[in-house]
Design a protein around this ligand. Structure first.
Ligand code: HEM
Ligand SMILES: *[C@@H]1O[C@H](CO)[C@@H](O)[C@H](O)[C@H]1NC(C)=O
Length: 327
């Protein structure tokens, strides 16, 4: 008979320790590379095919995928809570003022349906958001990155607290930095992520306060004339499709033109312009403006950190069948 070298008390303690470790592990989410290698080997390929196809029909879908990652992951967790629609007892995060201007949500369903067709109820909407952001960024000229999968979908919306997580267009840089710091993204990463504002657009409602009644002195005067032309009224109709592109020179490329623009005082949002005036961020702006490879490296690094924010474990979430509704 095998006898233990440990006293009964020690054995009990060790058993307890083991169960505790197991318990902790069970509560942990395990996102990893190639999570779907057995359950849905073509998952990543299907997402990429769809992102590519959609990009060739509507180029700005790729822009939306990058913004979706920010708005989903920044608010508590990368859990596709962003995609839930208004239903009885659930208010959609899309209704938040911070979600203003977000578009192309219907095409997320196109991607999810393609994945469902091959592997039913296997690949989460949170992973669809993460992978489409990764592949969307590639369509816009960013480097490909290996990304972990295995995120689970939330069963609730955080509509009530979106504004506590996503900064406003005119928030101070110190506030913005602290918001990102809270999810492990440093100033260098924040400067890189805001480089996403090298693509896409800003509606006049988010611009006019820099143009009227007086032009913001941190805005290039010639650029202000251009923007006033784009936004002729100080009180734009929020329904009107009145906007300016973020980057007039390369509007659909995720390049370092954004940093060159803000150095020339041609940033659209107050947060964009503050990257230049804040000593915590300005050295990175200078470096990214002059070194595309460095920008891309930092963008990839920070995008990965964002995409790994607090994923849900199996017992906290589910794999939604339809990204718009909990199962
Ligand atoms: C301090 C942080 C940020 C603030 C305050 C902010 C704010 C905004 C605002 C106000 C718009 C324009 C919405 C409109 O008028 O239509 C916008 C657009 C956009 N943002 Fe941000 N943003 C921030 C960070 C980010 C990050 C981290 C990403 C992604 C990595 C991102 C990606 C985008 C993209 C791609 C667009 C263009 C969307 C389109 O054209 O459809 N933003 N952002
Ligand atoms: C920031 O902009 C919002 C409108 O989006 C406005 O209500 C608020 O007063 C502004 N805050 C500051 C500090 O300018």
């Amino acid at each position: 008979m095998a006898t233990s070298n440990f006293s009964p008390a020690a054995t009990r303690f060790i058993t307890l320790l083991f169960s505790l470790v197991l318990l902790l592990h069970a509560g942990e989410s395990d996102i990893r590379l190639n999570y779907y290698s057995e359950s849905c080997p073509r998952a990543e390929e299907i997402v990429k095919e769809q992102v590519t196809k959609l990009y060739h029909i509507h180029g700005n879908t790729a822009v939306s995928w990058v913004r979706n990652l920010f708005h989903d992951c920044m608010v508590k967790s990368c859990d596709a809570s962003l995609l839930l629609e208004n239903t009885k007892g659930l208010e959609s995060e899309k209704m938040s003022p911070r979600s203003f201007g977000m578009r192309n949500f219907k095409y997320v369903n196109t991607i999810k349906q393609a994945v469902e067709k091959e592997c039913a109820e296997t690949v989460s909407c949170a992973d669809v958001i993460a992978l489409s952001a990764r592949d969307g960024a590639v369509m816009l000229g960013a480097p490909h990155i290996a990304m972990k999968t295995g995120r689970k979908d939330s069963t609730e919306s955080y509509a009530g607290v979106v504004e506590n997580f996503i900064p406003n267009h005119n928030d101070s840089m110190s506030f913005v930095l602290s918001q990102f710091q809270a999810i492990g993204i440093d100033a260098e990463g924040v400067v890189a992520l805001l480089g996403a504002h090298s693509v896409g657009r800003v509606h006049c409602t988010n611009l006019v306060h820099r143009l009227y009644p007086e032009v913001d002195p941190t805005l290039d005067p010639d650029y202000a004339i251009y923007l006033k032309n784009r936004c002729p009224s100080p009180y734009p109709d929020p329904q009107a499709v009145e906007y300016s592109r973020n980057d007039r020179k390369t509007p659909m490329i995720l390049d370092n033109m954004y940093y060159k623009n803000i150095l020339e005082h041609k940033g659209l949002l107050i947060v964009d312009q503050q990257l230049v005036s804040d000593p915590n961020t300005s050295p990175f702006v200078e470096k990214m403006a002059s070194d595309m490879g460095y920008f891309h490296d930092q963008f990839s690094r920070a995008l990965l950190l964002l995409s790994e924010n607090n994923p849900l474990s199996d017992d906290q979430g589910e794999v939604r069948k339809d990204c718009r509704y909990v199962n």
